[in-house]
Design a protein around this ligand. Sequence first.
Ligand code: NAD
Length: 274
Amino acid sequence: MSSSQQTSPVAVVTGGARGIGLAIGQWFLAHGHKVVLLDNDQATLDSTEKTLHRPDDVLCLHADVSQPDQVQAAADQVLERFGRVDALVNNAGVAVFKPALETTFQEWRHVLSTNLDGAFLCSQAFGAIMARQRSGAIVNIASISGLRASTLRVAYGTSKAALIHLTKQHAAELGNYGVRVNVICPGPVETEMAKLVHSVAIRSDYYDTIPLGRYGSTEEMANTVGFLCSSQASFINGQYLAVDGGFDASGVGLPTLRRNTPELNDVGQSGSHA
Ligand SMILES: NC(=O)c1ccc[n+]([C@@H]2O[C@H](COP(=O)([O-])OP(=O)(O)OC[C@H]3O[C@@H](n4cnc5c(N)ncnc54)[C@H](O)[C@@H]3O)[C@@H](O)[C@H]2O)c1
């Protein structure tokens, strides 16, 4: 470990080989961090490592977040290489969209073990390092599916709702060591995961239902995570932030009611100044 490495903050991003996780890793790189990308997809991790081409600043680790021994081994390697951890982003996740009565126990366990056990294990292994430092920030990546129930998401939605509560549990305890823990709930974002589970009809429904009328970008997620890990957010702990174009706020956002939104030309023409 060189002295320049000691002074750079270090961010660990799980599921960092692609998608939202990779964008978060790139945000940290652009903001002067050493970055650890941890993923269980060796091939994608290898190609990402090649594309980034920052061997001094990026450590790619092949590990499955649902396996305690692999997570602990990864934490040991990060400590060995960089000597500290300033941010952990629990982003690794999988989605299975199936009716509740048809979801197998194996599918349930696959989703819960990745999305929930993974965050528990990583927060414990990397959180212990931050607690010893008396500083650091953890951001979990949940989903609007953890805020609102919907059909086909018995495992995914439950895992994300539990992750939101896990965030508060960790905030309550790790806050005592100066470690902040928050969670973001993305709306739909164009990634490989979205390609897998969002049909054409689902996409069009999202456009109809989200007040901003579009999908979010991976960069918009990364900007929010970066802010929550930064000193700008130094008194924010145990909070969830929906990054969803207004989906969660719109409650009874029925498409019929939305279609009744007045054209901009008509706004304010009724004579009311209220
Ligand atoms: N894309 C969306 O619309 C959306 C919306 C809300 C929330 N999210 C959440 O954002 C996060 C990232 O999603 P994405 O869309 O970038 O998905 P993605 O499938 O493109 O990327 C997920 C990454 O996690 C890795 N991963 C999966 N299981 C793992 C494990 N056990 N151990 C280590 N790595 C593992 C995958 O290999 C992959 O690189 C997920 O937690 C997802 O639930 C995504």
